[in-house]
Structures are given as structure tokens and as C-alpha cells.
Design a protein around this ligand. Structure first.
Ligand SMILES: NC(=O)c1ccc[n+]([C@@H]2O[C@H](COP(=O)([O-])OP(=O)(O)OC[C@H]3O[C@@H](n4cnc5c(N)ncnc54)[C@H](OP(=O)(O)O)[C@@H]3O)[C@@H](O)[C@H]2O)c1
Length: 307
């Protein structure tokens, strides 16, 4: 159901079964598990787990993302709200609003929708949300916990990649994984999660020399460079598993990734499609983080009462 077979070019002796790593079945399984746990949480604590999204300005793409988060949250039994502020709001006002949310008992997860207007300094904003409610896992405390291998929220996109690898039973331990891209939201946490899963990680970026010679050593290649079609078959070894994080709209209006899918599929053993691969995993992982935040907060409060 999830894959298809083909014969590679003239290599009639090589018959590969290439797996398409689609989000749909993974999301179905995850969302079933999440809604069951949400129901159990709601019964035990007499309230729903709650996510608050803070949206600054009127960016149309952000409005669509936020609406999708609310819709999925409601479908899985969460309560949620979006607080919308004008694009010219003073950062100090947003900070005060977040401080209020940090101390609200009924709020489990808080998310600040990016991008923010340029007057906001990311190096300040990442400190605003209480680490216990930081479901995007951008707070330096959560970043540090991840790199130390301590329990933490995981940033949603790389967490979604790990869920895909796990669902499709892609072996990670002992394998060579190559990550292209070192952003704080994708590349760096992807490295940390693969390392935690006992992969040997090669990490590449725009200053890397001989990129192709490095990616060709990898069993798993995760591409998060923001460059459409950067990786084709010449960057891959036979049988590699390819994870394409990139999302772009090309000149014909088609959604494409950082990987040249048509070229790569001839050599890899598994690949995420774009769209329908990594992208749709993100909201599930956000809601999983929100549920975990709710469960941990309630358990900690109940423990504190009994002590
Ligand atoms: N939910 C999702 O599916 C999701 C979520 C987030 C992002 N994305 C997509 O994923 C892609 C990456 O996002 P991002 O936020 O991580 O992007 P980013 O902040 O622009 O980072 C891109 C990274 O790729 C590296 N890079 C750029 N060109 C390269 C090249 N030619 N060779 C090797 N490395 C190169 C850069 O290196 P330097 O550090 O040296 O500049 C940088 O570390 C984008 O297409 C984005 O739209 C998808």
C-alpha cells in the first residue's frame, strides 16, 4: 500500500522495492493514540488539554497554518485559542501577554507563530515562554535538554521525521545519517535526535566542501537546506533512505522539496514525498507535545499537593 516496485534502468538484475514514506498512515496511527490519551486526560483531570497560539499580524500563510492547528486540535479533543495582535504591536506587550499565559493554570502549551515582524528579536523571544509550556521546543532550556539527552519536548519537524522513520521501521541505530542544513528549528535538532537514536551523524551546511562525497556515505539522508532540487541521485548511495524536509512552490505552482524526487527514486530504498511526507507530520507532533505538557503539569501539581 505504501510503496511500489520498479526495475532500475538497464540493471535488470537489480529489482528494488522502493518505499514511499507517506505521512498519512503515520498520522492516522498517531492521531488515534493522541485522541485516546486526550480522552483519558480529560476524564482524569476534568478539563481538556489546552493550546494557545499567539499570532502577530496578518500574514496569510501564518493565518492558514494557525487555522489548521486549531482545526486539528479540536478534532483530537483539545481546547485551543488563537490570540491575534496587530503587526505594529510593541514586543513588550507580547511579552507581557506571554507572561500572563505562563501563569494561567488552564494553559498547557503556548506557541508563537513565526515569522514575527522584524522588530522582534528571536534571541529574546525564545526566552519568553515557560519551558514547561514551550511546545515548539525553542526555549534554550529545552534546546539544552535535547542536546544533553534529557527528557524534553522535541521540535516538531525533526520529531515528525523520527516518527516517520519509526513507523516505517527504518533502522537508525548504527547507521550513517547525513543531515543537510543547520537551522535551529530543523537541522540542529535533527542531528541531536538522530544521535540520540544512535546514528553516526554527518552534518553539512552551505560551507561544506564536497557535499556529494559526504551524502554518498549515508544510509539516511535528511535534506533541510531550503534549496529546491538540491539533492539528486548523484548525491545518494544505492539503497539510501531519503527524507525531504524542503517545501517550495516552483514556477508552475507545484509544491516541490529539496530533493529531485524523479532522479532520487531510481536509487533510494525509501523516500518521503513532497507534499505528503514530512510536512503533514508537524501538527501531530505539536499536539503530542501539548498533550505531554498537560500530562506532566497535572501530574506535577497532583504530586505537589500530596507531598
Ligand atoms: N513542517 C515542515 O515540513 C517544515 C518545517 C520547517 C522548514 N521546512 C522547510 O525546510 C527547508 C529548510 O528550512 P530551515 O528553516 O531549516 O531553513 P534555513 O533556516 O534557511 O536553513 C537552511 C540550512 O541549509 C543550509 N544550506 C543552504 N544551502 C545549502 C547548500 N547548497 N548546501 C548545503 N547546505 C545548504 C544552510 O547553511 P548555512 O547555515 O551555512 O547558511 C542552513 O543551515 C525549507 O524549505 C523550509 O520551507 C519545512
Amino acid at each position: 500500500v505504501n510503496g511500489f516496485s520498479f526495475i532500475r534502468g538497464s540493471d535488470l538484475d537489480i529489482s528494488l522495492s522502493m518505499k514511499l514514506l507517506q505521512a498519512k498512515p503515520v498520522n492516522e496511527a498517531l492521531r488515534n493514540e493522541i485522541s485516546t490519551r486526550v480522552l483519558a486526560f480529560s476524564k482524569e483531570w476534568n478539563r481538556k488539554p489546552h493550546l494557545t497560539v499567539v499570532l502577530v499580524g496578518q500574514d496569510p500563510a501564518s493565518q492558514i497554518y494557525v487555522a489548521k492547528k486549531q482545526e486539528t486540535a479540536a478534532a483530537l479533543g483539545f481546547s485551543s485559542e488563537t490570540l491575534v495582535l496587530p503587526s505594529n504591536v510593541d514586543p513588550s506587550e507580547v511579552r507581557a501577554l506571554i507572561q500572563g499565559l505562563n501563569s494561567r493554570e488552564d494553559v498547557d502549551g503556548i506557541l508563537i507563530q513565526r515569522p514575527l515582524p522584524s522588530v522582534f528579536k528571536e534571541e529574546d523571544v525564545v526566552y519568553w515562554i515557560d519551558p514547561a509550556k514551550d511546545v515548539d521546543a525553542f526555549h534554550p532550556e529545552n534546546v539544552g535538554r535535547l542536546s544533553l539527552g534529557l527528557s524534553s519536548f522535541f521540535p516538531c519537524t525533526p520529531f515528525g521525521v523520527m516518527a516517520l522513520l519509526q513507523h516505517y521501521e527504518v533502522p537508525v541505530a548504527g547507521k550513517v545519517a547525513c543531515v543537510i542544513g543547520r537551522s535551529s528549528i530543523v537541522g540542529k535538532p535533527m542531528h541531536a535526535l538522530l544521535l540520540q537514536a544512535n546514528a553516526t551523524v554527518i552534518h553539512c551546511h552551505s560551507k561544506t566542501q564536497n557535499l556529494r562525497s559526504l551524502t554518498r556515505q549515508a544510509d539516511i539522508v535528511v535534506v533541510a537546506a531550503g534549496k529546491p532540487g538540491l539533492v539528486d541521485a548523484s548525491y545518494l548511495q544505492q539503497g539510501a533512505v531519503v527524507i525531504d524536509v524542503g517545501i517550495h512552490r516552483n514556477a508552475e505552482g507545484k509544491i516541490v522539496g529539496d530533493v529531485d524526487f524523479e532522479s532520487a527514486k531510481a536509487i533510494c530504498s525509501a523516500i518521503t514525498p513532497v507534499p505528503g511526507g514530512v510536512g503533514p507530520m508537524t501538527i501531530s507532533m505539536l499536539l503530542l507535545n501539548t498533550l505531554q505538557a498537560a500530562e506532566s503539569r497535572c501530574e506535577a501539581q497532583s504530586k505537589a499537593k500530596t507531598e
